[in-house]
Design a protein. Structure first.
Ligand SMILES: O=P(O)(O)OC[C@H]1O[C@H](OP(=O)(O)OP(=O)(O)O)[C@H](O)[C@@H]1O
Length: 385
């Protein structure tokens, strides 16, 4: 026994992280002396249908595709898509055939998590929303989950190692395990020890649902930490939840009644967009886990659409090299490259790789992607009820 069952960066970069049929394809084409010049496009749906999703995973895709003798164009991370290509690769087929498996994995999974995170963001635009879902997925993809959440505009995330990769600090306060380690009836002791132990810049957020009634544990936290208490978190287990909104409002009432209007209320545990809409006016923030980390990957495919300059495609797919456009009214349009697009349309695909190098103007910054996502989501009306 040794090591974890994880496909590592070198296998991905080297193209070993591929489906076996690409190895057979390479062998067959080489045997036949064929290596056509192709254009291939990554698409989910062929035609727009009004169902937008958020594009993510481009930074890792660029890392995978760089250093190859191919040209790549892509939508920047953080734009929304609805039919037509999000990425286009042009080159000799054997230069990228075996990369399809990892390429689609990078884009599909990240875009699925980012889209779910954007649904959460849109459901509570004025609340703090944190990503808590790393615990539900394989640790090797935690940074992908947290990055996708940030691209969607979430305010933070919980995973420490992901934070080191992303250059951002993870946030979090206390689990039930801390309260249980101090023992039933000793919540005040736990809150006090936490306050003494952790750095001053860590918000004092007391978890108030471990053994007793939420209101009682909240009042214990207030009595213990006084003005140092920043917020309380209610993670009431589903079997005891009843009317969660009522519980939250009761806690708010009792805090206010004692002059603690400034103590925020955070909630977590099994929350998705519907729950966020239901609670957003009575809490300051949410921890959202599985709704984001367990999201279905987007069903991207890579299809050859041109061979040696001639349009072609498997049936069900559209032949020819395409452009996608965003119009001023938030429309998403697909048209053949070189044909007129919509008059007020902005072409969305940008050069990503030329001569094997990632083009310096292509922006893979997380914060810039989040800004794009916010603006584009507003333009296309994502999440409007
Ligand atoms: O339900 P999700 O949206 O996926 O949220 C992820 C987790 O965040 C909360 O954990 P907490 O730290 O309170 O859990 P603990 O009981 O392990 O302390 C909640 O109980 C969930 O288990």
């Amino acid at each position: 026994m040794s090591d974890f069952d994880i496909v590592g960066p070198e296998a991905i970069r080297g193209g070993v992280a591929t489906d076996a049929y690409f190895e057979r394809t390479e062998a067959t084409l080489r045997h036949a002396g064929k290596n056509p010049r192709v254009v291939a496009e990554v698409t989910a749906d062929q035609f727009p249908d009004g169902d937008f999703e958020l594009f993510a995973g481009v930074k890792d895709a660029a890392e995978l595709l760089s250093g190859r003798d191919i040209d790549v164009d892509a939508m920047p991370e953080g734009l929304l898509f609805d039919g037509g290509p999000v990425m286009r690769i042009e080159g000799d087929y054997l230069d990228f055939a075996r990369l399809e498996t990892s390429l689609l994995g990078f884009l599909s999974h990240a875009s699925g998590c980012a889209t779910a995170a954007l649904e959460a963001r849109a459901a509570a635009p004025d609340s703090t929303v944190l990503s808590f879902g790393a615990r539900h997925v394989h640790p090797s993809i935690a940074a992908m989950v947290e990055r996708s959440a940030l691209v969607a505009g979430l305010d933070g995330f919980s995973h420490v190692a992901a934070g080191e990769i992303l250059g951002k600090e993870a946030s979090g306060t206390m689990p039930h395990a801390l309260l249980i380690a101090f023992g039933r009836g000793n919540q005040a002791e736990a809150f006090r020890a936490f306050d003494e132990a952790v750095d001053e810049d860590v918000p004092r957020v007391a978890l108030c649902d471990t053994y007793g009634d939420e209101t009682e544990e909240v009042l214990q936290a207030v009595e213990t930490l006084g003005d140092d208490l920043d917020s309380v978190r209610l993670d009431t287990t589903s079997s005891r939840r009843g009317d969660f909104r009522h519980i939250v409002r009761e806690v708010r009432w009792e805090l206010d009644a004692r002059g603690h209007e400034d103590v925020g209320i955070f909630v977590s545990g099994g929350l998705g967009p519907a729950e966020l809409r239901h609670l957003r006016d009575v809490v300051e923030g949410f921890g959202v886990g599985g709704y984001i980390s367990n999201a279905n990957p987007v069903d991207f495919a890579l299809d050859i659409v041109e061979v040696d300059g001639e349009p072609t495609a498997k049936r069900g797919k559209l032949s020819g090299v395409k452009e996608v456009y965003r119009t001023a009214d938030g429309g998403h349009h697909v048209a053949l490259r070189g044909r007129p697009g919509p008059t007020d349309g902005e072409a969305l695909l940008e050069p990503l790789i030329r001569d094997g190098e990632v083009v310096s103007e292509f922006d893979c910054d997380i914060d810039a992607a989040a800004t794009r996502a916010r603006e584009d989501a507003e333009l296309v009306g994502f999440g409007d009820e």
